[in-house]
Ligand binder design. Structure first.
Ligand SMILES: C[S@@+](CC[C@H](N)C(=O)[O-])C[C@H]1O[C@@H](n2cnc3c(N)ncnc32)[C@H](O)[C@@H]1O
Length: 361
């Protein structure tokens, strides 16, 4: 339906209805969709609610797919719209306009450059990954024509952190934004940010077996680290550079409760190029030495999942506090948008500025 999955359609429809409602309430007719991807949200805003939308997308091939997808859907729209419930909010009488522009958003994006007329805007984004979620908040604040804001973040592990000195800076808006955390020079670091991308709701819904599998995966990773430090680094083999434990990336190796550590280490070895001769005999030894610790790993794993939710809340609150701190902000809110079991990143941040300072010509 509408060339997207059922899950995506549910997310896009809820987000679309909320944005249309905000546009009507706040008397805004124009939307800029940050990181619009294939234009799922933007296209529906235009066709269903007659909103003028400019999508900004950094990936050029996605920009052309978004445009061709829009052309296809527009042709079929009279039929497609009958399959959706009638929109409660239609923003204006005349049909909306739609375009997607290639653009990598950074903190200093001048949204004026997209405006032909002195219009006012609501900025939106569905799953603004990593730093894009901070960029959209900062761009909203900087330009007086941006009067409304509504976005849902995701992929917090890609977010840049100002006070984590190990991270390169690429001109994006960086965590933290709020005055208090900035004073504290607060940062999480990549491993902690990874936790925020987990889903406590989904893991708990999936139950005990899912928890045991993720604890086993964590346990095997820890054993692998020990194995690497003990067996490979002291050897100073040709593989030394590739085997620095801080640099090793094993990615996601599928693990179930039947998988042995030897099998896991063998797969990891293939991915990362460890010498198999070193891994083989040591695997069983390391496993036997630490197998009693697996039960503790289950507790650590539970803590990681629960604290992951707290880390996400800190990131959301940082963005909210930053918006609250700005002059001329009328309201700021956090709205629960989606079923968190199906769509783990489910909170929308919304904000409105006090007045419309721009004279319409
Ligand atoms: C998670 S996808 C979401 C796409 C779309 N909003 C949706 O819900 O289907 C994030 C999109 O943002 C784009 N993106 C990420 N960072 C960006 C940036 N700084 N400027 C513009 N686009 C960006 C990516 O290329 C990707 O298409």
């Amino acid at each position: 339906m509408l060339m997207m999955s059922k899950k995506k359609l549910a997310e896009v429809q809820s987000m679309c209805d909320l944005i249309a409602e905000l546009c009507v309430k706040w008397d805004l007719h124009n939307v800029i969709d940050f990181g619009c991807g294939k234009g799922y949200l933007s296209a529906l805003l235009t066709l269903r609610h007659s909103i003028n939308v400019i999508g900004l997308e950094s990936n050029e091939s996605t920009v052309s797919s978004a445009m061709s997808r829009f052309r296809k859907i527009s042709k079929q729209w009279p039929v497609l719209k009958k399959r959706l419930t009638a929109p409660e909010y239609v923003v204006k009488e005349t049909p909306g306009t739609f375009c997607v522009l290639p653009c990598t958003v950074r903190r200093d994006l001048n949204s004026d450059s997209y405006l032909e007329k002195p219009e006012t805007y609501l900025l939106c984004g569905l799953h603004t990954c990593g730093s894009l979620g901070n960029d959209i908040a900062e761009v909203f604040v900087q330009n007086e024509r941006n009067l409304g804001l509504c976005f849902v973040g995701c992929c917090y592990h890609y977010m840049e952190e100002e006070f984590d000195r190990r991270q390169p800076c690429d001109g994006h808006s960086m965590f933290p934004l709020s005055a208090y955390l900035r004073r504290k020079q607060f940062f999480f670091g990549k491993n902690t940010r990874m936790l925020a991308s987990q889903s406590v709701d989904r893991t708990l819904r999936e139950g005990r077996k899912r928890l045991d599998v993720s604890a086993r995966s964590l346990f095997f990773r820890a054993l692998l680290q020990i194995l690497l430090v003990r067996s490979i680094l002291p050897d100073k083999t040709d593989n030394l550079e590739r085997c620095d434990p801080d640099e090793v990336r094993v990615g996601r190796i599928p693990v179930d409760l039947q998988t042995s550590f030897s099998e896991y280490a063998e797969k990891a070895g293939k991915i990362c190029g460890f010498p198999a001769a070193v891994l083989g005999p040591e695997c069983e030894e390391v496993f036997q030495q630490f197998k009693s610790v697996e039960v503790h790993m289950k507790i650590v794993n539970l803590l990681r999942i629960v604290l992951g939710a707290c880390v996400e809340q800190v990131m959301l609150l940082d963005r909210l506090c930053y918006l609250e701190e700005q002059e001329g902000i009328a309201e700021v809110g956090l709205i629960a948008m989606f079923d968190p079991v199906v769509s783990p990143r489910s909170w929308a941040i919304c904000a409105r500025k006090l007045q419309q300072p721009v004279q319409q010509s």
